[in-house]
Design a protein around this ligand. Sequence first.
Ligand SMILES: Cc1cc2nc3c(=O)[nH]c(=O)nc-3n(C[C@H](O)[C@H](O)[C@H](O)COP(=O)(O)OP(=O)(O)OC[C@H]3O[C@@H](n4cnc5c(N)ncnc54)[C@H](O)[C@@H]3O)c2cc1C
Length: 426
Amino acid sequence: MSSSQQHGPVFAPGSPRQVAVIGAGVVGLSCAWFLQEAGVQVTVYERDTAGAGASWGNAGWLTPALTAPLPEPAVLRYGLRAVLSPRSPVYLPLRADGALLRFLTGFVAHSTARRWRAGMAAYVPLNERALEAFDVLAAAGVPAVTHPARPFLACFRREREAERLCGELEAIRDAGQEVSGHPITGWQARALEPALTDRVCAAVQIHGQRYLHPPEFVRSLAYAVRNRGGELVEGVGVSDLQHVSGGITVVTSSGERLWHDAVVVATGAELGRLAGRFGVRQPVQAGRGYSFSVPAHQMPGGPLYFPAQRVACTPLGDRLRVAGMMEFRRHGDPLDPRRVAAIVDAVRPFLTGVDLDDRRNEWVGSRPCTPDGLPLAGATASPRVFVAGGHGMWGIALGPITGQLVAQTVLKGEAPPELSPFDPLR
Ligand SMILES: Cc1cc2nc3c(=O)[nH]c(=O)nc-3n(C[C@H](O)[C@H](O)[C@H](O)COP(=O)(O)OP(=O)(O)OC[C@H]3O[C@@H](n4cnc5c(N)ncnc54)[C@H](O)[C@@H]3O)c2cc1C
């Protein structure tokens, strides 16, 4: 039982008691759950169903050792070579619109070693507490399991590619992040994971990471929020937020107006639409990724990562989820089958006993990406509007800790120091 349930909620004078959360992805639901922990009455508005966004089809990795800002010099070098080919793991359409150009200009400006180091230093305090926040949920009875990644293997065709990853892990370690990993031979990797072929000639084994089943996790979190008396209003989009005396009104797309003390906007790749009016100027761009599931004769014991191909494989129940691709296109555009084919072709040489042609649940979803690769979490120009999102590649791993810290911000009206680099007004 939570401390607030034991002793009753203790509210600071003037702190919000009825809070609306817009968006029922991992981030929004985590905010709702941690607000409830302090006794707040929450209403979560979700245009579709809980977990319908990026929180559904992702790889489910909880890997603080890899959780780093996306813009960095190597991504840029790689990206410039690769972005224009539909078969490449990073894809940019030839006709970029104004919003995309603005995002890309900022992204390029942040792809320097100095900015990456500053961003990484900002991530470390969050990464350090990321797994603990999942344990808080589990200890309070959220029926969602996280699995230790034993092993977690990054696999390569060439030794020098593995050396490059070791260099990147070293840089993450230099920023203060705990990283435990070591290179192994292809033969050792195959002994650990018989699903790997002899095309894997080198690997890096990373310790202390976890993974989860994304749809099960979101469902459990949604259930827990409801079970504690929260209202989850599905099938209702929010089109506007308006100040009223002593509160804020959520205006739904059907024109209904609903009063709350405060609002947390957690709408994933669409964050800018509602948050822009409250001083949030950082663009949030959809970095679309694809996934599908396939049967495996012998299911890998943990996640497999193919960094050069930018493909992630995760054992989810009786099927292997295969995920990848970074496609800077409009959120909501249809799934492009060429991207699925590109992922299949990229990973086929490395896997055996996995039927990549028996695909189910082909899916595309939008990572909410910011130009500086940092989340947006905290207060806006309005004292009643807060923002949680923009985690790009790492919203599952960082969802619960973000929820915990944003809930504190809403309650105290002041962000804890860990959130200051993620100020939505930066
Ligand atoms: C292929 C792929 C693999 C990934 N792998 C990993 C991984 O291994 N580990 C990791 O940590 N992260 C991973 N990610 C990233 C992760 O999925 C995202 O960062 C995370 O899901 C974002 O969560 P969110 O709650 O911010 O957004 P979403 O999950 O997108 O949720 C936003 C919700 O808001 C709703 N919404 C939007 N607008 C409105 C509105 N106006 N009114 C009401 N509701 C609205 C949407 O319907 C949606 O349900 C991956 C992403 C992809 C695409």
